[in-house]
Write a protein that binds this ligand. Structure first.
Ligand SMILES: [Fe+2]
Ligand SMILES: [Fe+2]
Length: 374
């Protein structure tokens, strides 16, 4: 390139910059990626590290100050952002006996997977959902919800939300002005309250929607302000575990063992538009084959121990550990014990599939690679 051309290029660069324009030929390598960016790390948060900090927070951070007491899983590859992957937000929350979190609603969809304690509950759109270890309770976008601990021990759950997706679309919206059924005696206008009225019978979700393959014809298929999500707000671990154990003699998925997806009982689709929820059972000594897919996931170990090999790195997991699986990384799961191991996971696969972008590569037993595009 001649000196004259170089000068002209530099002039063009300066002019473009001042006009808020970027030269494609300089940015191209950062735009036309051959593979997804390698940003999220396959990190594991050990229960032995998190638990004491969570209990310390329960002592020194009053619920009145934080409203919802949580430690957020912050992926080391994301530069301090409060996200477990670039698409998922996850945390452990702790409530002391008698503590309550006031009612609110928001555009991010939220889920809770119960880790410890009895006597906990979330009220979702007037349904009081009581909690047991391993239950999944959802608070979809636009549903009013408040939480509390009526038990006599500390209550801990794992939250997973689609906050980063909602944030990237810049459609985050929180509301705190719930109005209950009571009204001001003088004006007759509805009054704002901190907690919801419980208007539905106990175990409403399970009674209406909790029998696989059967939907009551009088039950609403949509609940909450926005819809597009499961009308069943509680998925009981007892039932999930029984369903997994019933299939223990099946080969299952070569890549995931015996795995079940929680679904919307009205449609058979994912529970929420952007997130899919799964539980899987790895049988004693089971080693899966390796695959990779265009979806991020966060895992929680409910029972057992083993490891997940992610791009050659061994991520060891045991009871109550949490780990992040980045998109498009080869991975396989291994149960190193002679008991069943149970992993719960949340992925952004539902969102990726809706965009028509889900893609998977599988390694066969002989080591060949098969491309699967859905
Ligand atoms: Fe919330
Ligand atoms: Fe996978």
């Amino acid at each position: 390139m001649t000196v004259k051309t170089l000068d002209k290029r530099e002039a063009l660069h300066q002019e473009a910059k001042s006009l808020h324009l970027l030269e494609f030929w300089k940015e191209r390598a950062d735009i036309e990626l051959v593979e997804p960016r390698d940003i999220v790390e396959p990190h594991c948060w050990k229960w032995r590290d998190v638990e004491p900090r969570l209990r310390a927070a329960a002592d020194i951070v009053p619920i009145e100050e934080c409203e919802r007491r949580a430690l957020l899983f912050c992926n080391p590859g994301l530069g301090g952002k409060p996200y477990v992957t670039n698409t998922l937000f996850a945390a452990f929350s702790l409530y002391n006996p008698g503590e309550q979190a006031p009612v609110h609603r928001h555009t991010p969809s939220a889920s809770r997977f119960i880790v410890e304690g009895s006597g906990g509950y979330t009220v979702v759109e007037g349904e009081k959902c009581v909690m047991h270890r391993g239950d999944l309770i959802i608070t979809p976008a636009g549903t009013w919800h408040d939480h509390g601990n009526e038990g006599d021990e500390q209550l801990i759950w794992m939250d997973v939300l689609d906050v980063p997706i909602i944030e990237s679309l810049n459609v985050t919206h929180f509301e705190f002005d719930y109005q209950g059924s009571s009204s001001d005696a003088s004006s007759g206008h509805p009054m704002g309250t901190a907690y919801q009225d419980v208007s539905l019978p106990p175990d409403h979700s399970q009674r209406l929607y909790g029998t696989g393959g059967l939907m009551p014809l009088f039950a609403p298929e949509k609940r909450g302000a926005i819809g597009h999500h499961s009308p069943m707000f509680v998925y009981r671990w007892e039932k999930t575990r029984a369903a997994l154990e019933r299939l223990a003699d099946y080969q299952g998925s070569p890549y995931d063992g015996v795995i079940m997806e929680y679904v919307n009982p009205a449609t058979g689709q994912s529970v929420m538009p952007a997130m899919s929820f799964r539980s899987q059972m790895l049988r004693p000594g089971e080693q899966t084959l390796s695959h990779r897919h265009m979806s991020n996931a966060v895992y929680f170990c409910l029972e057992g121990s083993g490891y997940t090999e992610i791009d050659g790195t061994r991520v060891e997991w045991g009871r109550n550990d949490v780990f992040a699986l980045p998109t498009w990384k080869w991975h396989r799961h291994v149960n190193t014990t002679n008991e069943n191991a149970f992993l719960y996971s949340v992925t952004d696969e539902a969102a990726i599939r809706k965009l028509g972008l889900f893609r998977e590569e599988r390694k066969t037993e002989s080591g060949d690679i098969e491309l699967v595009i859905y």
